[in-house]
Design a protein around this ligand. Structure first.
Ligand code: AMP
Length: 130
């Protein structure tokens, strides 16, 4: 069965899209640790990051760097943290989390944003992706 992220890639489930190219997609996390929390995923459905082929692994990191830099320019934060962690969705995803306090990296602290705020945010970050 396809993962929820593959369903997002295929347009079967909506997302707040930040950026996309032929092989990767970035979209806002629906239950964010902090404002701007973004996920970067390969379109290729692979469960664990260390199982990616080298080329996809490197390209995912370069894509995440590009999106992370745009995020840093958009959301007020001390830095953007990157993390590959979690057991919920069996589809590789890099978390990009704007950090002002370390609790935002713990996945215990969550923020609520309206759909309007999420849509505006995704567009604002996406507009800065170079
Ligand atoms: P984990 O596998 O533990 O890293 O968790 C998966 C992450 O994906 C969590 O941060 C969820 O909030 C996020 N997530 C799950 N479903 C969706 C969705 N439909 N759209 C955006 N983010 C999602």
């Amino acid at each position: 069965m396809p993962t929820i992220f593959t369903k997002i890639i295929n347009g079967e489930i909506p997302c707040f899209k930040v950026a996309e190219d032929e092989n990767f997609l970035a979209f806002l996390d629906i239950n964010p640790n902090a404002k701007g929390h973004t996920l970067c995923i390969p379109k290729k459905e692979v469960n664990k990051i260390l199982d990616l082929d080298e080329e996809t692994y490197v390209q995912l990191m370069l894509f995440s760097r590009k999106v992370g830099k745009a995020l840093e320019k958009t959301v007020d934060c001390k830095r953007v943290g990157m993390s590959v962690i979690g057991l919920e969705v069996p589809h590789v995803h890099v978390h990009l989390i704007p950090l002002n306090e370390m609790k935002e990296a713990t996945f215990q602290h969550k923020v609520k944003l309206s759909n309007e705020e999420l849509a505006e945010l995704a567009e604002a970050i996406g507009a800065k992706v170079e």
